[in-house]
Design a protein. Structure first.
Length: 195
């Protein structure tokens, strides 16, 4: 698994999978087109996560956020502009995203980094998060679409802080991942996409 190359050591993990009535290549291609925040639950939870950061954000950032019209799509590209980087891809099979932050802080504490240095990052006080989407052939046809999120904290203090945060957000994080998988499945099983 490509995810192992980017974050082989981790203390926290979340895994989800869903069946898709489409070939693995179609399921993987749908990942690039799908609005990953396609459901009201995910949009609400993402908004709630953003609110504490807005409380400490500059006024102009808050004005831009509040002035948006409609709910923007959440795609792989918008995730990349929000602090996630594409760490690697096995085309048609798996893609791995990563970020470094102090997620337990209201702003999320996201930190810029070079994708090539992600696996070797070791500065104390941070957490690395790597997140994949993978499409595999399912027994009997179709695909199994899965996602796994791994978190590695770089020292005991950040691990304690993240553990408290994870205890609170993990159930909601899981709901977001499940809804994302469902959005990708809807896109893959849409008219004309199944080969």
């Amino acid at each position: 698994m490509l995810l192992d190359d980017h974050l082989p050591r981790f203390e926290f993990v979340e895994r989800h999978a869903i069946g898709v009535d489409a070939p693995p290549a179609a399921a993987f291609a749908a990942l690039r087109r799908a609005d990953l925040a396609g459901g009201p639950l995910t949009r609400t939870l993402l908004l709630l996560r953003a609110l504490p950061g807005l409380a400490v954000a500059p006024r102009e950032t808050v004005r831009r956020f509040l002035g948006r019209r409609g709910a923007p799509a959440v795609t792989l590209e918008t995730l990349a502009s929000a602090g996630f980087a594409i760490l690697g891809e096995d085309p048609g099979r798996e893609i791995v995203l990563g970020t470094i932050g102090r997620f337990w802080r209201p702003s999320g504490g996201m930190r810029p980094f070079e994708p090539a240095g992600f696996a070797s990052f070791a500065e104390a006080g941070w957490a690395q998060a790597a997140w994949n989407f993978r499409a595999d052939p399912a027994p009997g046809g179709g695909a199994t679409l899965s996602t796994e999120t791994r978190i590695h904290c770089t020292d005991p203090r950040s691990r304690r802080a993240f553990r408290r945060y994870w205890w609170l957000v993990r159930p909601f994080s899981g709901l977001i991942r499940i809804e994302m998988l469902r959005a990708i499945r809807r896109e893959a099983e849409g008219a004309g996409l199944v080969e």
